[in-house]
Each structure stands twice: as structure tokens, then as C-alpha cells.
Design a binder for this molecule. Structure first.
Ligand code: ZN
Ligand code: ZN
Length: 132
């Protein structure tokens, strides 16, 4: 490949990386998060602790001025059994959901999903028919 073409291409790639595939240091657990992930095209949360950052007004637009840390507060299971993480901004309270990524830590996901069961606000009554 000629040199000029290579330069043009690398500039395009850089811009691409900058807009949709940023690598970052997680401000919750401090680990470096690389942009590549299995089964996801838009890395928007840390695969280790699942924290995110309040960057977007609409998904992917990076237009929010908040930049608050978004805590994973639960799991939302969609009809096709796909999991999404519910994130809540610790700075402004904004809530949104994000699809899980292929390399998200499974133990952290399970702990998040099981958390409500470990903190029941009523006595557990197993084996009774629900009237709902
Ligand atoms: Zn993290
Ligand atoms: Zn926020």
C-alpha cells in the first residue's frame, strides 16, 4: 500500500475509534476497558464492575454534560431473554438500560440479578400459589 493511502486510512480509523469505540479507565474500579468486545458494537459500561458513565442524551450521541458515574442497579430481561443492565446516574438520577456485552463478568451480572432476593422487604413464603 502507498504511504499516502495508509495515512488517510489511519486518520479515518482514528476518528471512527474516537466516536464509537473509545477505550477508557473505569472510574469506579480503575481498570482499563478496551473498546473491543464480543457481541457488542458499542461499549458503554465496564465489563468488570458494570458501572457506566452518563454520556448520552440519546444512546451513543455523547451529548450529555453530566458525565456522572452510572451505577448498575438491576437486570431487565427482555422477551427474547436478552439481558439488559439498568443503570442509574449517581449524580443526577437519570435511569437507562444498556444491553449486556459478551465479555461482561458473569459473576458480577449474577450478583446484580440476585441482589433483590438477598434483601427481601417481606418474609419469604416458598411453595404457596401466587394469587396474581
Ligand atoms: Zn469498572
Ligand atoms: Zn447524570
Amino acid at each position: 500500500m502507498r504511504k499516502r493511502e495508509a495515512m488517510v486510512m489511519s486518520r479515518q480509523q482514528q476518528q471512527y475509534i474516537h466516536t464509537t469505540h473509545e477505550s477508557f479507565i473505569c472510574s469506579h474500579c480503575g481498570r482499563a476497558v478496551t473498546p473491543t468486545a464480543n457481541g457488542t458494537s458499542n461499549r458503554n459500561h465496564c465489563p468488570y464492575c458494570l458501572y457506566s458513565r452518563h454520556m448520552d442524551i440519546r444512546p451513543g450521541d455523547r451529548r450529555s454534560g453530566c458525565r456522572g458515574l452510572m451505577e448498575p442497579i438491576g437486570i431487565w430481561v427482555q422477551r427474547n431473554k436478552e439481558w439488559s443492565i439498568i443503570h442509574r446516574c449517581t449524580a443526577c438520577g437519570f435511569i437507562r438500560t444498556n444491553r449486556i456485552a459478551g465479555d461482561d463478568d458473569e459473576n458480577t451480572l449474577l450478583r446484580l440479578a440476585a441482589h433483590p432476593l438477598s434483601a427481601l422487604p417481606f418474609p419469604m413464603r416458598l411453595g404457596q400459589e401466587s394469587t396474581v
